[in-house]
Design a binder for this molecule. Structure first.
Ligand SMILES: C[S@@+](CC[C@H](N)C(=O)[O-])C[C@H]1O[C@@H](n2cnc3c(N)ncnc32)[C@H](O)[C@@H]1O
Ligand code: SF4
Ligand code: SF4
Length: 319
């Protein structure tokens, strides 16, 4: 019996993966029904910030190297447990640069493995892709690619070629491009889509619009620009590019008319728990929020039928 259970839940075997997928969908469906029917505000998606240290200083970012601290292993594990006890089952690691995280012998990979053992059903990390990628246990590695080589490097410094090398040498095909679309790179959505389709270790691409944190307001897109971007993404999706976003959320994103904040998402940084994002305390920012996941989750949990149907289809495909 023990051997059977191990076989069933072991991620590397097909049966194990099916079992984990099914567990996730049952938990998610049950959570969704309760949240919609009883208007609950409990979280299911949690992010742990591992460090604010970063080797880059991208033009659009305002969370890097503020105190440049790598949070200790025991603290991270305790934050993960806290989130799990609150009901969170989708866990993200974020930073700063997550691959810079270590504590003695412990690395990001140990955290991912421990998160899985703790019972999180989906464990993802976000990275700038400049370090070697050996994280086969993660469900998705959201790797930030901000355009073609020229525009990406304009935003992120001379990193494009190194990132492409790291993707080629990655030890699993669990990478999903993550593009923050802004004034600089709005014309290069197609390039990121084409790269996602071409590279064997890249499973999909996911987008956000620039969120205008203080000091980065000039990078925000106008309504018309957002509409053009969504038209391009829709065209890419229709041409078979694997996009890990929901078309039915685009009209809400273009006009910023989705509910905020997202009560089903929480973020934990150095013992501080915030609803939705680290940006929750920035006055007036939520009305200009560009994060696609916020629109998708708040619409989903407000019972939007088109979003529910499209999310089911999309998650089944890419997770
Ligand atoms: C803060 S970074 C941390 C992880 C890692 N260092 C990276 O670059 O992927 C997480 C994601 O937030 C995005 N981001 C940063 N500033 C943003 C902004 N103002 N609006 C939208 N996304 C932003 C980044 O492009 C990246 O994809
Ligand atoms: S790599 Fe990530 S954390 Fe670092 S500056 Fe860029 S967006 Fe910010
Ligand atoms: S809704 Fe507000 S708190 Fe949530 S990610 Fe957007 S700006 Fe940040």
């Amino acid at each position: 019996m023990k051997a059977f259970v191990f076989l069933v839940v072991h991620q590397d075997c097909l049966l194990g993966r099916l079992y984990l997928k099914l567990s996730f969908f049952l938990y998610f469906a049950n959570f969704g029904v309760k949240t919609v029917l009883f208007r609950k505000k409990e979280p299911i998606l949690g992010t742990v910030i591992l460090t604010d240290k970063c080797n880059l200083s991208c033009k659009h970012c305002s969370v890097n190297n503020i105190i440049a601290v790598i949070y200790p292993y025991v603290q991270i594990i305790s934050e993960m447990k806290q989130l799990f006890d609150m009901g969170v089952r989708i866990l993200f690691f974020c930073g700063g640069e997550t691959f810079m995280w270590h504590d003695g012998e412990k690395t990001l990979r140990d955290l991912v493995i421990e998160a899985k053992e703790m019972g999180f059903l989906i464990v993802n990390t976000v990275t700038n892709g400049t370090f070697p990628i050996d994280l086969p246990e993660a469900d998705l590695i959201l790797l930030s690619l901000d355009g073609d080589k020229k525009k990406h490097n304009e935003i992120r410094g001379d990193t494009y070629d190194q990132i492409m090398k790291n993707i080629e040498n990655a030890t699993a095909d669990n990478i999903c491009f993550y593009m923050a679309i802004n004034k600089i790179n709005q014309g290069t959505i197609e390039d990121v889509c084409v790269a996602a389709k071409r590279l064997k270790n890249v499973r999909a691409v996911s987008f956000n619009f620039h969120t205008p944190y203080p000091g980065t307001k000039e990078l925000a897109l106008t309504r018309e620009e957002k509409k053009n971007c969504c038209d391009t993404i829709t065209r890419m999706m229709d041409n078979g590019v694997p996009v890990f976003n929901l078309k039915s959320a685009f009209p809400y994103l273009i006009d910023n008319r989705f509910p905020t904040p997202c009560y089903q998402c929480v973020v934990m940084e150095s013992g501080k728990l915030s609803v939705c994002g680290r940006c929750i305390d920035v006055p007036g920012l939520c009305e200009k929020c560009g994060y696609f996941f916020v629109a998708e989750y708040t619409l989903l949990f407000s019972g939007n039928i088109r979003i529910i149907a499209e999310m089911l289809k999309t998650y089944l495909k890419y997770i």
